[in-house]
Write a new protein. Structure first.
Length: 129
């Protein structure tokens, strides 16, 4: 069973996220999403989420491509996650291109093209106007 992992905040879930998750799942058989906790978002990513962790987790768990959601609590946990869950492929959108190449010693690293013209930031901006 080929196991895939990806990381993110996934706030205000939108079709760009779904495009990423669908393509990530297609690379294997089992997709784990490490979901940024509210604390990690606020302290390390300066992101204030509209939906809290429990709600973002519930939304992700409803997606057919997602097999397991685990918490992402810090930047350093990726190496342990890959070992603990015996991950074959690490996937991120290409806005992270190159940033996680150090994981190549442990597993395949794949950066997928982002879906253009949609982002949580853009949604918030548009709704403000
Ligand atoms: N994404 C995408 N297309 C978009 C928006 C997002 O492909 N239009 C992808 C991102 O590239 C990322 C995933 O969807 O792979 C989740 O996006 P975010 O929730 O913005 O994740 P981010 O804040 O980049 O967190 O340790 C890694 C971080 O947790 C990644």
């Amino acid at each position: 069973m080929k196991k895939i992992i990806t990381y993110g905040t996934f706030d205000l879930l939108h079709y760009g996220h779904i495009n990423l998750l669908r393509r990530a799942k297609k690379l294997g058989d089992y997709l784990i999403v490490a979901l940024s906790t509210d604390e990690f978002n606020w302290n390390s990513k300066q992101k204030k989420c509209y939906f809290n962790y429990e709600k973002r987790k519930m939304l992700l768990e409803a997606i057919r491509y997602v097999d397991l959601v685990i918490p992402e609590e810090n930047w350093e946990q990726k190496v342990n996650d890959i070992k603990e869950f015996k991950i074959d492929t690490f996937v991120m959108g290409n806005d992270w291109e190159g940033k996680f190449d150090f994981l190549k010693d442990l597993c395949e690293v794949v950066y997928l093209p982002r879906t253009k013209e949609i982002s949580t930031t853009q949604i918030k901006k548009d709704l403000k106007e």
